[in-house]
Write a protein that binds this ligand. Structure first.
Ligand code: HEC
Ligand code: HEC
Length: 342
């Protein structure tokens, strides 16, 4: 009897010990697995908070993690090289072809696509075309339809260039299309590479302030864009410094008329010389500048057909009606943080 009990105890002890060993083994395996997957992200974060990367590593990080446009020297090896080259010229010197004295037709306000899509749509967070070929055709709430690339280009002719769009079948539109497709050739379908388009800034917890923006404008923008915001001509057909408001500027239906687009654009690109790597404005300055510039007069556009579903309006679309209870003023200037909280 006693022997039997002893055996049972021994047996239970062995079971208990091996269960412990098995549990420990499982824990070890799980931990190793997690390390393999995540590479200790938290530890890395805690170890290197204050170390500023030197210029070289910073460049290397940007090189590895952000979109880079294909080199223009590679255009020549494409079957439609001539078309792509023409498309690039149209983006850079739009006014020469389509400005008020345009060689092909007078359709636009004298601005070039490149005034806003910097370096012919290739600059990191310079409103580039990195994700256009990969994400269009796509459904857009503004029109309530699935838009092609050329529908989107036509929108910029009508709004940003405050003009008329050339027929989408014409040689010029097809060339712009070819160029945009070429630029995005290395981006996989549906992907938006890091650094594409305009960078979204964090919302302020106050409304953007046109008065403060005016002071920053005088300090940092006026010397090029002018006290009256009209810019400066380079010659009779193109701007040296494009206008920011007034009759030659983008109209109220344009992307830049939304504060978030304007703020994100100027933060990483203006004053001229600023870049994503070396910005010269704080977020607050960028938002306040957006408020100041976009409270000046500019061309009108009938927007009654936009946003067929009002619930799809972006928070900073400045014209009602809205699906929420916030005023037009708050939609225009913010504060946005309480509006986007769901
Ligand atoms: C006044 C500034 C301005 C000008 C000039 C301008 N655009 Fe735009 N464009 C914008 C803004 C702002 C957007 C919206 C970007 C966003 O929402 O992030 C945009 C969007 C686009 C898009 C869609 C980008 C995307 O990733 O979805 C295309 C394509 C485009 N523009 C082409 C052109 C072409 C071609 C021209 C010249 C005919 C032109 N634009 C002129 C400001 C401008
Ligand atoms: C040294 C001259 C210079 C200064 C200073 C400068 N800009 Fe610009 N800005 C330019 C030029 C040049 C372009 C067109 C870029 C191109 O075509 O490559 C431009 C383009 C723009 C555009 C897009 C095109 C348009 O006209 O709508 C905006 C918006 C803009 N600047 C805002 C600002 C703001 C805001 C400031 C002040 C923070 C500023 N800029 C300071 C030279 C300047």
């Amino acid at each position: 009897m006693e022997n039997k009990d002893q055996d049972k105890r021994n047996y239970l002890e062995v079971v208990a010990r091996s269960t412990k060993v098995i549990i420990i083994l499982i824990v070890i395996i799980v931990v190793l697995f997690m390390v393999g997957i995540t590479g200790w992200p938290k530890m890395k974060e805690h170890k290197t908070p204050d170390i500023k990367p030197n210029e070289k590593t910073k460049e290397a990080t940007i090189e590895n993690n952000f979109w880079k446009a294909p080199d223009t020297s590679e255009i020549n090896s494409e079957n439609n090289a001539e078309q792509i080259t023409y498309g690039r010229a149209l983006v850079r010197n739009t006014s020469y072809y389509f400005g008020p004295k345009g060689k092909i037709a007078a359709l636009g306000n004298g601005m070039n696509c490149q005034n806003c899509h910097l370096d012919a749509g290739t600059r990191l967070f310079g409103n580039n075309f990195a994700a256009v070929a990969s994400t269009y055709p796509k459904f857009r709430d503004r029109s309530g339809t699935k838009e092609t690339i050329l529908k989107r280009v036509s929108d910029c002719f009508e709004r940003s260039l405050n003009g008329k769009a050339p027929d989408t079948s014409c040689k010029e539109m097809q060339a712009i299309l070819a160029y945009i497709k070429w630029l995005g050739r290395d981006v996989r379908k549906d992907e938006k590479p890091e650094g594409s388009g305009i960078k979204q800034l964090a919302y302020l917890d106050r409304a953007a302030d046109p008065e403060k923006g005016k002071i920053t404008y005088q300090e940092k923008c006026q010397r090029c864009h002018g006290a009256d915001g009209q810019g400066q001509m380079a010659d009779e057909s193109s701007f040296k410094y494009p206008p920011l408001w007034g009759k030659n500027s983008y109209n109220i239906g344009a992307g830049l008329y939304r504060l978030s687009r304007f703020a994100g654009y100027v933060k990483y690109n203006m004053p001229q010389g600023a870049t994503f790597e070396e910005p010269q404005l704080t977020d607050e300055q960028a938002w306040d500048l957006a408020a100041f510039v976009n409270s000046q007069d500019r061309p009108y556009m009938d927007l009654s057909k936009d946003w067929p579903k009002i619930a799809g309006k972006p928070v900073d679309h400045p014209f009602g009606p809205y699906a929420d209870k916030f005023s037009e003023r708050q939609h225009k200037y913010g504060p946005y943080s309480e509006m986007v909280k769901k």
